[in-house]
Design a protein around this ligand. Structure first.
Ligand code: BGC
Length: 736
């Protein structure tokens, strides 16, 4: 009896061991059909602390080409590393590194490969500030999807984009990377980018994870300098900076990046309130936060931590889940946990978030990528067409005196200026793997457009900067031969972007001087301006008959630009950021608060008006706006309100028009901006056509406002809904 019992006990034991072994052959985390959360928990339970902290670390692979981030390629990458900044475009290298992770690490956790795919990958499309001028989020979404596809084929799973830092200081080089001065506009393009990069299924092999950055308020960098302090009151934090992130998070952004800046005394990378409390607490965010490059170790230079260990403690406790290149988490987290300074649960929570994304990306099932040729991966004809379309819609016709544009067919055109034949600078900052050989520049585009139809002349005139005027004489002589001067001026691509602040936002004197010399010829001047920021144009503007802001259009700007110049295309871009009259007006933006004395408080020496305001942009046709019609003017909360405006294309060309809907709340418990953009819509109207544009107002959201802790208020009173100079008044009673 006893013996039988012993035998049965043994059998049971063996059975259990076999079951266990079977289970081990296919643990839950390796089961593609198990729910993601179960897989995450299963894997987490198996991990040692050493494995966990490596998951929370990001190193560099491939040759680091970023001049701002001085950090060597890590040659000896541990098989357990969580993520890599991947500078290569080789699927082979990725697969080799991934093989090591899958086969040499104990648990076979795949690596996440990330890089800055900001405005395209190899097919470079316009910089973000230019994209916003299109007011066409659907097009931006498509462009991001195209970039995602190229990037994925080249070995990436993750992009550090979109940058949605509201920016109101054009001296700051990074205005080029965002969508301008308005919170809602940044929010709409955040949503479009997230949808484009991530698609409906992150695991479909064509999409990549997005990253909203730099959480939060980086655009407020003092005096437009990079990496410095930002003074952001809690009210401003919520009024101006939170909305785009809230919208991007709701749209499902997989990750967020913290920032380099100090937010009123608490650096972004150690900010418990913004990351732990708001993002992960109130918004229930289940993605992860990566630090910016070295922003953990930089807590020391910011005076927030005495050493890297303390910096790592502060960052992880505040909610930074992954350490990009500070090498603090891998060095100190285990110690910090042992000392009880960082609870294990904080580490586990961060690891869970990173694993969750790896499962969502399907990396456990498909860790490797197909090894395609460059030709298969990049610059597909449909991608180039898309880049052209986005460039076309991003160009802004700022000025067109006496309808100088479009040019008559047989015009003799002189292309003059340092940008006329320059391709490299049209790419803009963060061009990932863009090449100037892919670019159709200004002159190239005109050559293709004009063929033999009219004469195309060229003179460089001068360099971008310096004092050399020796090219002026040739430029003047060339101009004299022509009917019109296309003056191609602007910034070099590295004059904007990260660590590229400028105290003066005027073009270098040599360029302005060239314009003045050309003016003396009496020939009309069309200025084609390429820049990564709004420029001070108060001296140039008067000498130009027409101005087109082309920003940095990427590889495919030349043809659509020529199309606009010659009238094949009707321009439709409008500004998402104010062009000051002069730099002394900065900060200048449309949604400022009201003044106590609107009739006073002006400058003694210059106007207080901008040169070109938010929303400005001309067309070759004209649009007439009717009066606004509201479905009701006396409302209670819960009522529906629709406001309509009839817009007629009164010219003789088809054209696209963007209608911007603003609200004004003239009196409120917390003062409100003079007006706030709440909705926009862009549509094609044929010549003579009238379109009805509608704004469905969400009373609580559109007329309400938040306080300094993000609580939403809605007050009874008078509100105005506004389009251009047309307004309609509505009264809302919170109690009937
Ligand atoms: C930038 C980030 C970028 C990161 C990685 C940093 O210097 O601020 O925007 O994503 O580098 O390249």
């Amino acid at each position: 009896m006893t013996k039988r019992f012993v035998v049965c006990g043994l059998c049971l034991c063996i059975m259990l061991c076999t079951l266990e072994a079977k289970k081990e052959k296919s643990p839950v985390y390796k089961n593609a059909n198990a729910p993601t959360e179960k897989r995450v928990e299963d894997l987490l339970l198996r991990m040692t602390m050493e494995e966990k902290v490596l998951q929370l670390s990001q190193y560099v692979a491939g040759r680091n080409t970023n001049a701002n981030n001085i950090g060597e390629e890590v040659k000896n990458i541990p098989a357990e590393i969580g993520a890599l900044l991947y500078y290569s475009t080789s699927p082979r290298l990725r697969n080799d590194i991934q093989k090591k992770a899958m086969e040499e690490s104990r648990l076979g956790i795949p690596v996440l490969f990330g890089h800055d795919v900001i405005h395209g990958f190899r097919t470079v499309y316009p910089i973000s500030i230019a994209q916003a001028c299109s007011w066409n989020p659907a097009l931006v979404e498509k462009a991001c999807a195209m970039a995602a596809k190229e990037a994925r084929l080249a070995g990436l799973d993750w992009t550090f984009s979109p940058m949605i830092d509201v920016a109101r200081d054009p001296r700051w080089g990074r205005v080029s990377e965002g969508y301008g001065e308005d919170p809602y506009t940044n929010g709409v393009f955040a949503v479009a980018s997230v949808k484009g990069y991530q698609g409906d299924d992150l695991a479909d092999g064509e999409h990549i994870a997005a990253c909203l950055k730099h959480y939060i308020g980086y655009g407020a960098s003092e005096a437009g300098r990079d990496y410095v302090y930002t003074e952001i009151s809690s009210q401003t934090l919520w009024d101006t900076y939170m909305l785009p992130y809230e919208m991007g998070v709701k749209a499902g952004a997989a990750t967020l990046m913290s920032g380099f800046h100090d937010i009123s005394g608490v650096p972004a990378s150690a900010n418990h309130y913004t990351m732990r409390e708001v993002l992960k607490g109130r918004w229930n965010y289940d993605g992860f936060v990566v630090s910016d490059w070295g922003s953990v170790v930089q807590l020391i230079s910011q005076g927030a931590a005495a050493n890297l260990k303390e910096a790592s403690e502060k960052a992880i406790m505040a909610g930074v889940d992954m350490d990009m290149m500070s090498r603090g988490y891998d060095k100190y987290l285990i110690e910090l946990v042992k000392e009880g300074k960082v609870p294990v649960e904080v580490v586990n929570d961060a690891v869970r978030r990173i694993l969750r994304l790896k499962f969502r990306l399907g990396l456990f099932e498909n860790p490797y990528i197909r090894e395609t040729t460059e030709k298969e991966r990049f610059l597909q004809p449909e991608d180039i067409r898309l880049a052209e379309k986005l460039a076309e819609e991003s160009f802004v016709l700022l000025k067109n005196r006496e309808n100088r544009l479009p040019l008559p067919v047989d015009t003799r055109v002189a292309v003059i200026g340092p940008l006329g034949k320059n391709r490299w600078n049209l790419l803009g900052s963060w061009t990932a793997h863009g090449k100037d050989g892919d670019v159709i520049g200004i002159y190239d585009g005109l050559e293709l457009e004009l063929k033999d139809k009219s004469q195309l002349l060229y003179a460089k005139g001068c360099e971008f900067e310096g004092n050399d005027e020796s090219g002026f004489a040739e430029a003047v002589a060339t101009a004299k031969e022509a009917d019109v001067i296309l003056l191609c001026l602007g910034e070099k691509r590295n004059w904007s972007g990260e660590n590229a602040s400028r105290a003066s936002i005027a073009l270098p004197k040599i360029q302005e001087k060239l314009a003045m010399e050309l003016k003396k010829t009496g020939k009309p001047i069309v200025l084609l301006l390429s820049s990564g920021r709004p420029l001070e144009l108060c001296r140039l503007d008067p000498v130009c008959d027409a101005i087109i802001e082309i920003w940095q259009p990427g590889i495919a700007g030349g043809r659509p630009l020529a199309g606009i110049l010659m009238g094949r295309i009707n321009p439709s871009g409008k500004l998402p950021i104010t062009f000051p009259y002069t730099a002394g007006q900065i900060p200048i933006y449309y949604n400022r608060r009201q003044s106590a004395r609107p009739h006073q408080g002006k400058y003694q020496d210059v106007t207080i008006e901008p040169l070109y305001e938010f929303g400005h942009g001309l067309s070759y046709t004209t649009f007439e706006y009717g009066d606004l019609k509201a479905s009701a003017t006396q409302l209670c909360p819960g009522d529906k309100l629709t406001v309509e405006v009839l817009v007629t294309n009164t010219g003789d060309r088809d054209g696209m028009e963007t209608v911007h809907w603003f609200i004004t709340d003239p009196y409120s418990t917390i003062t409100r901006p003079v007006k706030e953009l709440k909705y926009f819509e862009k549509r094609m109207l044929k010549a003579g056509e009238t379109g009805i544009f509608k704004f469905e107002v969400d009373l609580l959201h559109d007329l309400g406002f938040v306080d300094g802790d993000g609580r939403r208020f809605f007050e009874s009173g008078t509100y105005y809904i506004q389009v251009k100079d047309k307004k309609v008044k509505v009264e809302v009673a919170t109690e009937s």
